[in-house]
Design a protein. Structure first.
Ligand code: PLP
Length: 373
């Protein structure tokens, strides 16, 4: 008997949240309003009292963070080639130049030695990404930023609920951007939020969020910067409020599932199969994804097809950004970032979502073992 399809990711929205969204839909106010305000207040508390603003995607949150940091034409921004392409696209979007630094072969996050080597007099910022929710060495990152006078725009899209040495990601550091896209650990269907440093930055972020508008009470409005249309709706904020009520349980459940993955693979799996398991971290990571790097003897496409035949969904996060046509046209080519290129061809994402059971984990692991045999 074939078993039901096991997706690699699936959101869980509880009935209380669905009822709260229905209330918003009936209320007569469905765009940005009291729910967005309540969500931002809740997020600010969650991030240790720092100012937080919400937006309608993680991508525009990153773009606005770069604008708030004053990044633009002539500036270089260093980031990782192994991320969702949004991470690098936003650098181009604000008119700056993306510079890549190769990744660490164990964590698959940006290698800070490579970052340091890539710094030039034009470097203005670094965008670190915490792939699958595993942070980089945050002490070293901020020491590097201080030494070279650089802004940090953290692409913490996957790291909601992650921490560094007991401190939650977002409660410290420079500008920290999160995504609430449907596959992230907590979702608003689409959305994002930015943790800022002070009232000036917050006001600027609000302007970029809505056409550059400043309101002068009943005197009307003025527009003094070029903003866009990036505000979150009360519908989305209501989903977010419902999700955050469960965030500790969500993170705990994912860590437990990850532990179960390691137990199911068992010791010796890497040696036997030639595949690479993720870093076994149960302290810092929120386990946004459980990713393995495939051995040479099977192609990713072949692996994905064989897993699909067993009714198991596999994700591909991510192909190396610098090898996309848009980036090749900007001068990047094969051979520039060899670790990212190897990992980018062979990394796959196994199923991981809050509603998953230990039995699902075992089914996924059995399938991987049989496909890699
Ligand atoms: C999801 C994600 C984004 C983009 O977020 P959206 O909400 O989809 O715009 C950016 N960077 C990383 C690392 C992500 O995982």
């Amino acid at each position: 008997m074939t078993q039901p399809f096991l997706p690699f990711s699936k959101p869980t929205i509880d009935e209380a949240t669905i009822a709260a969204v229905a209330d918003v839909l009936r209320s007569g106010w469905i765009t940005s309003g009291p729910k967005v305000q309540a969500f931002e207040t809740m997020l600010s508390e969650y991030f240790g009292g720092r100012p937080v603003r919400t937006f309608n995607s993680g991508t525009c949150t990153m773009e606005i963070a770069l604008r708030v940091a004053g990044i633009g034409p002539g500036d270089e921004v260093i980031t990782t080639p192994i991320s969702w392409v949004a991470t690098a696209n936003v650098i181009i979007e604000v008119g700056a130049t993306p510079v890549f630094a190769d990744i660490d072969p164990v964590t698959h996050n940006i290698d800070l030695d490579q970052v340091e080597a890539a710094i030039t007099p034009r470097t203005k910022a670094i965008i670190p990404v915490y792939l699958s929710g595993l942070p980089i060495d945050m002490d070293r990152l901020y020491a590097l930023a201080a030494k070279h006078n650089l802004r940090i725009v953290e692409d913490a899209a996957q790291a909601i609920g992650s921490s560094w040495k007991g401190k939650r990601i977002g409660t410290f550091g420079d500008l920290v951007s999160f995504s609430f896209q449907a596959n992230k650990n907590v979702t608003t269907s689409e959305g994002g939020c930015l943790v800022l440093n002070n009232a000036d930055e917050t006001r600027l972020a609000e302007k970029y969020r809505l056409q550059g508008v400043t309101r002068n009470g009943f005197d009307g409005i003025d527009v003094d910067v070029l903003g866009g249309k990036f505000n979150m709706t009360d519908i989305a904020a209501t989903i977010g409020l419902g999700q955050f009520a469960r965030i500790e349980a969500i993170t705990a459940k994912r860590r437990a599932l990850a532990k179960h993955y390691f137990a199911a693979f068992g010791t010796g799996f890497e040696a036997r199969s030639g595949a690479q398991l993720p870093v076994a971290d149960f302290e810092h990571s929120n386990w946004h994804m459980f990713q393995i790097v495939l051995p040479q003897r099977i192609t990713r496409a072949d692996f994905m097809e064989k897993m699909m035949a067993k009714n198991i969904g596999i994700g591909y996060h991510y192909p190396a950004i610098h090898l996309f046509t848009l980036y090749r046209e900007r001068g990047f080519k094969e051979g520039m970032f060899p670790i990212a290129e190897r990992v980018g061809r062979r990394i796959v994402t196994l199923p991981m979502f809050t509603a998953m059971t230990e039995n699902d984990v075992e089914r996924a692991v059995d399938a991987v073992k049989s496909v890699l045999q």
